[in-house]
Ligand binder design. Sequence first.
Ligand code: MIG
Length: 725
Amino acid sequence: MEDNIKLERGKKVLKITIGYDLCLSFNAPIGSPSPDFEMDRDTISLRLGNQSLKLDIKKEDKKIIITKKLGIKEKVLGFGEKALPLNKRRVRLAFWNYDHLGYNYYDDPLYLSIPFTIFVENNSAIGLFINSPAFCIADIGLSEYDKFIFEVHDEKCEIFVIFGPQISEILRTYLEITGKPFLPPIWALGYQISRYSYFPQDYVLDIAKNYLSEIPISALYLDIDYMDGYKIFTWNNKRFPEPKAMIEELHKLGIKVIPIIDPYIKVEEGYNIYEEAKTLCIKRDNKNPYITMGWPGLCTLPDFMRKETQTWWSSKIKEFVERYGFDGIWLDMNEPSVFNYKMIIEDLSTKFGLSEEIKAIIDRLVYILGSKRGVKANVLRNISPNDFFDLSVEPNVFHLLDNGKMTEHKYLRNAYPYFQAKATYEALKEIRKDVFILSRSGYAGIQKYAAIWTGDVPSTWEGLKLTLAILLNLSLSGISFCGCDLGGFVERGDYELIARWHQACAFVPFYRVHKDKGATEAEIYNMPSKYKKKIKEAIDLRMKFLPYLWHLCWKSHLEGEPIIRPLCYDFQEDEESYYIEDEYMVGSSLLCAPILEPNSKGREVYLPRSKWIDFWNGEIQEGPTYIECVAELPIFIRYGSAIPVKDGIIIFGEGDWRIYHDEKGKVAEISYKNNVLKQYGEPMEIRNIMILAQKISPRGFKANYNRLGTMIELDKTFKEIEFDK
Ligand code: MIG
């Protein structure tokens, strides 16, 4: 390697900087222990405790190539939003934010790029975060079985090697580097509703009221049709004659309102946003703006890589949110995704004089073929940004950076949504106590600013299964507050699928129903009662566990722990746990094993090493084991858990429990066998306790209980409860 390489030791981290002037740079956490290392030409050998790692780092044809040997049983986890199993082997992944309509298993890339992975071999984990927002490729044992080859298509990057040996430690350190997840407002855990699009105004109010007659909802989203000709920061006054009054009324009903905002700026003389932003946009060359096609037709895009643009955007967001009283912002198309294929249709039209009708047919055709977009991660082939030309900004247009340098899009595309979310976050932070942003695209670090949903997943059983895998991949990559379109987005599966989807995601942090234009009307109040009942039960169950989810949001925010996670996070030593992505842990205390097949009454559930209690029937199981379980939504509580729920606390574990509370009757501390289970967030009042174990009885208060699973009402005077063995 040449000499423009810098090495810094940090707490359990070695940071290797190659080149200068990265547009988004992160610091290694300060402290010890820090790894020892040696460099011998292209090879760097690192060691900390009994963990070691060897990386080859080479520069070749304007690329940086990082190589590492892969063990036969080595697991490769993370890498963000990937439609792949937890353990990624024999695949080639691209990092290029991409609008992937109707994706399926192994379709790659998707909307968001996170070049962070965790290797696990013999129960020992090491993390690797390659910070480059440029086009990158990870070849994980595809071209050579025993090699991990990461290509950065640029001459600069930062490489963070993160030592474990626990997966949880690595994730925590990664979040110290890139930033802890934002703390969502509590309403963001509620049931939220959306479709493409709710309008006009009266209909929006009707929908809200119809929902409320069935189930509480916490937020309603306005998709692109609220705008005037898809021009951002405008209103369609015909559809929404009094937006302010409408929002006020929704607020009175206890419903938050969140509008979608795309990045497109319509090229239109006299449109104030265009006039103001003209000079702040991505450039075709030194003189001209980059003009492309987006929802409003010909448009340009703000160049978020520049402070000046961020400040401008923040001021627009502030103005818009304050004027109408919105409660959050939904950022879509921010990969950024543009309709280059429409430019081609326009070119054809100019050449051959196509009618609007023919143009519409071609457009529809491309939309349908859209599900064939992207590339397959398990097929060996060369990949370049040109593979994604149909919907991506051209790789060779320019961003003007703060240092005055013009830099091509391909070197920083993946960081675009990061800076947009940052500017949006900073705006909301100034005017709102609680900030909530939902973003489709993102990059490492986006977790500080926004929640992420998994975009346009097909409404199929495959889509449902896939969604769980993607959410777990996101969770292991620092995106704690993630979710999906409940029921799927593209097309519309049957009611059974929609109901199962609501159950499967009952504990998923972001819980919003959403669907495509043209998809069958499927608001729950219009559903057959059988399915409506199931969905309502799923929502009730979620609401029961809301205090636990809230506690986990705090934990994620303060300590960098994922809210939902794959079994291998809590049971790293368990080989089986790396191959299970149809079950998930909710914090460390609850295991959810949803039913993901049509026409089934139950499923086989894997329970890792621990004692577990079936939440529904109180049966105790000893893991590791596979069991047959018949339930609408199988859930299990782990031994030694205290879970705060709406009407009390659920505890499972024999003997040695102590629960203390303060003068207000709020839980101050729970300890179990000398382990303190700390409460985060707003401490809860304990009115009831559900004891899920036969062999304990409380001391210090009187209670009539004996039936497993019944809540015991407490006498409010106690200060401390102790449980006998
Ligand atoms: O080109 O705003 O993923 O949730 O409803 C499609 C319309 C644009 C894509 C988003 C979807 C949203 C839709 N958008």
